[in-house]
Design a protein around this ligand. Sequence first.
Ligand code: V55
Ligand code: FE
Length: 499
Amino acid sequence: MKEHDHMTKAFPPIMTQGIDEPCRFEGEVYDLEVAEGSVPTEIDGLLVQAVPDQAFPPEVNTLHPMTVAAGGDGTVRAFRFKNGHVDYRTRYVRTERFLLERQARRSLFGNYRDPFSDDPSVAGKSRTTANTALFFHAGKLFAAKEDGLPHEIDPQTLETRGAWTADGAVTSPTFTAHPKIDPHTGQLIGFGYAAKGETTRDIAYYVVGKDGKLEHEAWFEAPMAAMIHDCAATPNYTILPLMPVTSDLGRLKDGGPHFIYDPDMPQIFGVLPRMGGVGDVRWFRAPPGFTGHTVNAFEEDGLIVFDVLEADGNGFAPVITDRNGNVPPPGSVSTSLVRWRIDYHALSEELSDRTVLARVDGEGPHIDPRREMRPQRHVFVPTLDRTKLTTDKNGRPMPVLFNQLSHFDLEAGTQESWYPGPAATFQDPVFVLRSPDADEGDGFLIAVLNHPLERRSELVILESLRLTAGPVARLNLPMRMRLGIHASWIDGAFVPDWS
Ligand code: V55
Ligand code: FE
């Protein structure tokens, strides 16, 4: 279609209901209003969150729900905390895809991870939107999505510096949005799956040194073409959990969804030594379960201890269905914090040492970063308390995803939560340490809190070990914050001031 034939029309209703409507906005608000309390002056750093925010209305014939939820162009939402003040900025990641669509003033890329639904003019171009998570390594900030390469972002202007390949050393076209950083060696442990093209079983595994140079690479094949969204690492081992969400090239070519949920698939954890090669990878198996985000991993008594959130059903419902198109009833899937003990040297690859540490009913775990790869006591997660779900005045369920922020103390076996009211829903929080020598978990949780019925958002700050006391500060955001994905915190020592 020629540009003069085309105009940008309104987004379809499925994309504009409630707070998920695209914002399509770039800009800054300098010095946010503190509506309640005060911002603790010891908080110095940058909160960044990856937000899918479709730049142009989709033009595919059949819009897939995963495209709506997770397909949009990546924006970086950033809050700079300094001296009791908070400044806000948001900017699109300049991916190849974003720039091509901007030039055409229309959508050229189609459904979530479906190159067959694209405009022929973009065949072979990078499809990634860098919309899932941000991470900071070797002095650089990256925005990433697992279907492409991370993009380097300027932590002050949020300008995009380009796709990252560790100086050409990373040749996989894909890279995880959830690499792990060893707090002691400074190494980054990452991988790309579908590394020889969408739906392939190939995995490219990488270790990047604290100077940003590639130290190790291994290519191997997973036993199935499945999503590997997250990973975990101990000082000596890396764990790559396959999710029960599988892909198939034939289905994709036939216009089907990239992923379907397979309830019969066993849990499969690939485990290899950090610097291991193709011959060192073991594929441990356990009965079916929906492997979610990893919490942490460490070593104890010669065993790998792997803590992970596990759902008892389709954790991606309703945006990913089973092979018959079915999803479980809303609210019927719960999640738990599960601890696996894995003996890398065991003869058998069947796993049985599984302990449920807590019933969570939430997703997106955070821990004190100093406890990465060592035993952790405190875990912070946005959760859903179903007993607190209510309906609006028309009897419709409130559009609430997570109605609490929760702290799980694994040593005391307790849970403490803050519930902000019936029509409020949390985005992913960050954990901020109070001071470098504070006790484990002692600091703050900071999160965007959405009020969908009012189409309004605020920023809330809580003391991490005193959640029931409520926020120490609430800041007004003069625009609605579309539902984002992962948020991360970068200490102020590593990023410039904005003033
Ligand atoms: C997730 C999100 C994604 C994705 C795969 O939250 C998994 C899970 C925002 O994109 O591509
Ligand atoms: Fe994630």
